[in-house]
Design a binder for this molecule. Structure first.
Ligand SMILES: [Zn+2]
Length: 138
């Protein structure tokens, strides 16, 4: 995750069939959130729906305006088995939703509609490599 300047990473992105993700992500107040969740469940995703640039370490060089709730709560356990409840707002809420999608087999592009989807799919066909855009990568 750090090597690719990402702010979140799910285990299945690196070939591990585990329900785990890690994060080191700021929220919209620039507060840094660092941690991990084992067996995460997205228990709240609500508030305002915001479209923001979103990228993914599994789709390098691509990003698209993606709608996400600006508030999310994930429950799970730590690596030591302690219950954990993680609250996210803004960018961090986006990260939590993105990583939960990964563990359910989804990618952010599955949530992109219309011309944004056509554009990102065109970009995917044009260049599978390189870096682009200003959005955070998870
Ligand atoms: Zn991702």
């Amino acid at each position: 995750m750090y090597a690719a300047d990402g702010v979140g990473l799910a285990a299945n992105q690196v070939g591990e069939s585990l329900r785990v993700f890690v994060y080191d992500c700021p929220d919209d107040d620039d507060r840094r959130h660092v941690g991990h969740v084992v067996n995460p469940r997205l228990v709240e995703a609500d508030g305002v729906v915001l479209r923001g640039p979103e990228g993914c370490l599994s789709l390098p060089g691509l990003e698209a305006g993606t709608e996400r709730y600006d508030h999310a709560v994930v429950e799970g356990v730590t690596v030591d088995g302690e219950p954990v409840r993680v609250h996210g707002s803004g960018w961090f809420a986006r990260c939590l939703q993105h990583e939960c999608d990964h563990l359910d087999g989804g990618l952010y592009v599955d949530r992109v509609k219309g011309w944004r989807r056509r554009r990102v799919m065109w970009q995917a066909g044009r260049s599978a490599w390189g870096r682009g855009g200003e959005g955070a990568r998870y």
